[in-house]
Design a protein around this ligand. Structure first.
Ligand SMILES: [Zn+2]
Length: 407
């Protein structure tokens, strides 16, 4: 067989033996210790090769707003209010330009799959959705973009929102999100979101329980509805910062609840750390759900970016290894097995959550990213920056490692 390309000495498993990967017509045609071929060769140098990183929760429509939206209080309410005011001046063109900045950063960081959360309400209408649909097409050469439309400012309290959500789903939005904490009727909000998900046969991804008060929560109602609607393994919840405040027994019970309901958990360390505990003057709680505990119990768990350079999170380089390192640091995880789990939460688990295949095997599309290390744990510990990426056998970015220039 004549190959188009061969990648030499790539490690497909942590610390496993290096393999050659033969590529033909954009797909992986052969994997072997050595492939004799005259085809163009790329040397992976024994580095770890993955399908790419997947960012399961990324707001493109409200990214890069620091020049026009401030949040001096640093609170969730302050951020929602600042973006709500700035949103009145958003246009599809403006959202497209800011979203493109973020996606280009993400591509250069080795991200090949993104779920983006898009706000829908009567003020913004479908402008965000239309801009993100253009981004989906414009950047299809490098990454797959899944669109989750959701009512950030509430559903039942905000007349006109539901018909717009339905219009976006009719027009091809991939899934639906919920945000009960901003609704005047959170339980009704959750019920309506599930009804719509069933009607459109789409997955759900909630913004949930974004505070530190353990006296109440919406998670139980989401779990109840998930089971009632037979939507196990189709529902994810993000933030759920209350989980960081649970004592061991209550945490174990919650892990069992979510495992039995087949609910995935997403933590957004940069935002959760930046916004929670703003009423404290000392011993500020970290406010990050212990996702590794849920992961160890077999739940699908992801670490994701959430916001970039806006009132919710005034930081962002779209590096998922950096985000997973931040999570590991806050969660006090340092052993190789624990760091390997953190790696899974930005590589294999988010692919599973988004219904995509992370495995690299003969017959799969040649979507590959090279890391300058041999194991996932090292990638997290050292915040490894990917060296190059390709989609369907075509290079999408290169980021050469620093070359020292001694005298
Ligand atoms: Zn979010």
């Amino acid at each position: 067989m004549t190959l188009d390309l061969v990648i030499r000495q790539a490690r497909l498993t942590d610390g496993g033996p290096p393999r050659d990967i033969g590529v033909k017509h954009g797909r992986i045609a052969e994997i072997a210790p050595h492939i004799p071929t005259e085809a163009r060769a790329i040397d992976a140098g024994g580095g770890r090769v993955i399908r790419g990183f997947a960012d399961s929760h990324l707001h493109l429509d409200k990214a890069c707003l620091l020049d026009r939206a401030a949040n001096p209080s640093g609170t969730l309410e302050g951020a929602i209010g600042a973006v709500s005011a700035a949103k009145r001046d958003f246009t599809a063109e403006d959202i497209h330009a800011r979203g493109a900045r973020v996606l280009e950063k993400a591509i250069g960081q080795g991200t090949t799959l993104v779920r983006t959360q898009v706000e829908i309400d009567p003020v913004i209408g479908l402008a965000g959705f239309e801009a993100v649909r253009r981004l989906q097409a414009d950047y299809a050469w490098a990454l797959d973009l899944q669109i989750c439309v959701f009512p950030q400012e509430g559903l039942l309290n905000y007349p006109g929102t539901e018909p717009l959500l339905r219009a976006a789903l009719d027009a091809g939005a991939d899934l639906l999100g919920g945000c009960p904490y901003t609704d005047s009727d959170p339980v009704g909000h959750i019920a309506r979101i599930f009804e719509m998900a069933r009607a459109y046969d789409v997955d759900l991804d909630f913004h949930l329980d974004f505070d530190l008060d353990t006296a109440w929560r919406h998670l139980d109602e989401v779990a109840r509805q998930t089971v009632a609607h037979g939507m196990q393994n189709r529902v994810a919840v993000g933030h759920v910062t209350k989980l960081s405040m649970l004592p061991p027994q209550a945490l174990d019970a919650t892990i069992a609840l979510m495992r039995d309901a087949g609910i995935g958990l997403t933590v957004l360390p940069a935002t959760d750390l930046f916004m929670t505990g703003r009423d404290r003057t000392e011993a500020v709680p970290r406010g990050i759900a212990p996702a590794h505990r849920f992961h160890a119990a077999g739940l699908c768990c992801t670490v994701a970016t959430n916001n970039v350079l806006n009132p919710f999170t005034p930081y962002g380089d779209c590096s998922l290894p950096r985000m997973a390192n931040l999570y590991a640091n806050v969660a006090q995880i340092g052993d190789p097995a624990g760091l390997s789990d953190c790696f899974a939460m930005i590589s294999t688990d988010p692919f599973r959550l988004l219904g995509k295949e992370a495995r690299i095997g003969v017959g799969s599309q040649a979507d590959l990213v090279l890391l300058p290390c041999q194991t996932g744990a090292t990638a997290i510990a050292e915040i490894s920056r990917p060296v190059w990426g390709m989609k369907a056998g075509v290079m999408t970015f290169e980021a050469p490692q620093p070359r020292l220039l001694p005298p």
